[in-house]
Design a protein around this ligand. Structure first.
Ligand code: PMP
Length: 393
């Protein structure tokens, strides 16, 4: 079947594709442990479930809301932005979306023309690059340093839009205020606009979250800040997030969103208002911290894996260069032979690393998955000729 030239050069997201393969294997009765994406084993916060139950009970009819989201929801989100992020925004500067992904697509669409350059730091969330490619943009990839410096930023050319992911998937980096000020000064100097994805704002173990928009004149610069209930409140399948942006960008995003999905689902808007009112997920973070420490400890003596404890987020980012440069081959073999799904770093722009989501299922399954990976890697490592070729090459 012929498909358009626009879509012919695009591929499904590697992350969702791997998750789809896991679902297929499981439906065939296979015992697969899925570390390829991070799906929380937590339910949505109790306040969310109560708000939705209440809405179902009391409202019954669920009309379309305005495309940007119901006014009372956006007012509550504006209050959250003031309270938690130090961002002073009006309801007219907020658009509720079907998750961060829709906000990202719409923001990039609204801020660019085909051929424009978007700067993305790698490793990167695959959706940044996939979305830019769908929109015919040129993607400039730069290595994400441990610390952002003015000198580094000055070496990155003059992109039209810069994408910042803070806290960062997959490394867990939490940008300091100082780093964000460097970014602010740089984008002001070169006249770039910025999309800041703060979807992991509540998943921080070490450090403190700061919003770029709280440190600059975001209306003048053109900063779009994206939030999502998916990770911060364990609500992946509710498909809801929002963006705060200058009114003209929100209007442009609305023009795009109207014919595609119209508003985010009414019930998910009710859920989002309750979620973003619910504050930091304390119990969830205690559980994630325990899992992070357990996993990092388990990998600590493994000679072919280098892994730091991430300062934030639901992922471990493991350097497997001592074993192989072919992380795709490694992940394929892991899935094939040990039924563990992991995400090869190639999908995030950095080969020879693997990403492991550690927040799904129970702790026994986490331990079992780690054991399978270590046994598998140890056997491959033992087969490596000393100083010779690498496994999977
Ligand atoms: N941003 C990043 C960087 C992510 O990794 C994720 C979840 N994988 C999200 C946003 C959440 O996206 P969505 O709201 O579309 O579920």
């Amino acid at each position: 079947m012929h498909t358009s030239a626009r879509i012919a050069s695009s591929r499904p997201l590697a992350t969702t594709a791997m998750h789809g393969r896991v679902e297929t294997l499981r439906s065939e009765g296979q015992d697969v442990i899925d570390f390829s994406i991070a799906i929380s084993h937590f339910p949505a916060p109790a306040a969310v479930l109560d708000a939705v139950a209440h809405a179902l009970e009391r409202e019954r009819t669920m009309p379309y809301t305005s495309v940007v989201g119901a006014l009372d929801v956006r007012e509550r989100l504006a209050a959250k932005l003031r309270r938690e992020n130090g961002i002073d925004a009006r309801a007219g500067e907020i658009i509720v979306t079907n998750g961060a992904k829709q906000a990202l697509y719409e923001a990039l669409y609204a801020m660019t023309d085909p051929g424009d350059t978007v700067l993305v730091f790698k490793p990167h969330w695959p959706a940044y690059v996939a979305t830019a490619q769908l929109l015919g943009l040129r993607v400039a990839l730069a290595d994400l340093p441990d610390t952002i410096t003015p000198g580094l930023l000055d070496s990155l050319g003059t992109p039209k839009v810069v994408i910042i992911n803070n806290p960062h998937n997959p490394t867990g980096k939490v940008y300091t205020r100082r780093e964000l000020e460097y970014v602010r000064d740089w984008v002001q100097r070169i006249g770039a606009r910025v999309i800041v994805d703060e979807s992991y704002e509540h998943l921080i173990f070490d450090g403190e979250h700061a919003s770029l928009a709280a440190l600059c004149d975001w209306r003048a610069i053109g900063v779009v800040t994206i939030f999502s209930a998916s990770q911060s409140h364990a609500m992946m399948g509710w498909r809801v997030g929002f963006a705060v942006a200058p009114a003209a960008i929100v209007e442009a995003m609305q023009t795009l969103q109207g014919p595609i999905t119209a508003a985010a689902p009414h019930l998910s808007q009710v859920a989002a208002a309750a979620a973003f009112d619910s504050g930091a997920p304390v119990a969830m973070m205690a559980d994630y911290r325990m899992r992070r420490d357990l996993a990092v400890q388990a990998f600590s003596g493994v000679p072919w894996m280098a892994m730091h404890a991430p300062a934030s987020g639901p992922y471990l980012w493991g350097d497997v260069r001592a074993l192989t440069r072919d992380s795709v081959g490694l992940c394929e073999a892991l899935l094939e032979e040990r039924r563990v799904a992991a995400m090869p770093g190639d999908a995030l722009g950095v080969p020879a690393f693997i990403r492991l989501g550690y927040i799904a299922d129970d702790v026994a399954t986490l331990r079992d998955g780690i054991r399978r990976i270590i046994e598998f890697g140890d056997a491959a490592f033992a087969r490596l000729p000393a100083g010779g070729k690498q496994a999977y090459e």
